[in-house]
Design a protein around this ligand. Sequence first.
Ligand SMILES: C[S@@+](CC[C@H](N)C(=O)[O-])C[C@H]1O[C@@H](n2cnc3c(N)ncnc32)[C@H](O)[C@@H]1O
Length: 296
Amino acid sequence: MIPPYRRISVTLYVGVRASTTVGELLAWAGKRLAHLPQPAREARRALRLATGGECPPREERLSAFTRGRFRRIVEARARGVPWPILEETTSFLDFEVLVPPGVFIPRPETEELAELAISLFAEAPPRPRALDIGTGTGILALALARARPDAEVWATDVSLRAVRAARRNAQRLGLKIHVCHSEGFCKLSGKFHLIVANPPYVAKDELPLLPKEVRGFDPRRALDGGKDGLECIRQILFEAPKFLEPEGVLILEVGPTQKEALLRMADSMGEWAETRVIPDLSGRPRFFLGRCLPSR
Ligand SMILES: C[S@@+](CC[C@H](N)C(=O)[O-])C[C@H]1O[C@@H](n2cnc3c(N)ncnc32)[C@H](O)[C@@H]1O
């Protein structure tokens, strides 16, 4: 009889011992990940990551090294570590980026922001200029540079890790973007046809309420929008007109409860010919759009 306090470790051991087949490993992992929505799929993905290729046949036996790797990946997923952290990469639109530790993990909803930004940038004249503030892994700047090869695209971030990640991702994708380590608009000059940002917009008091997968793995600076969640947004909104061409566009991803405050702020400035908040695919107000006056 195994004492109760040893049962868990014995189960783990049985799950990954030398004679265990791939099929048995997958069954063990499926049970270990049963609290996640798609345990079998999770288990196969963990196996592909552990082997560095396709899932081996179910009757095959793996090396001790690969079994150990597989077990560590499954345990990390069981603790809620997001896939992009484990795989160190994620896909965005139709390309892949590296996601080094300490850099914000791109989210699927930001693809909607990228699509809006790309369609607005398509209207810009030849050789347009775009700016992505708080670029993280570089996704928005890279999406714009891919869509408009004639454009000059700039990206900034306060995080040095993010700056390095964005530069590396640009190099891997063979794209030219100018990435600078800068707070907001500091170190930038000239005018842009489009400014895009997914800034930190969570109110400080609400940070502890975020799901563990977000709180535990994304850098605080990427989430913390100050007392009311609008600190960074306010800074961008008020400074953007100085950096936009006449009729240039600012587009921001914002929190679903920030619509009224944001429109009130923007309309009080008298700098925008048009302001509106566009809903995301689930109908929540998500993207702020401001178009500058034709001449100022
Ligand atoms: C929510 S993340 C978005 C990252 C990326 N754009 C994306 O959508 O995946 C916000 C990013 O803004 C950066 N950031 C925060 N405050 C900033 C500031 N004042 N100036 C420039 N970047 C800032 C953070 O370091 C982080 O990389």
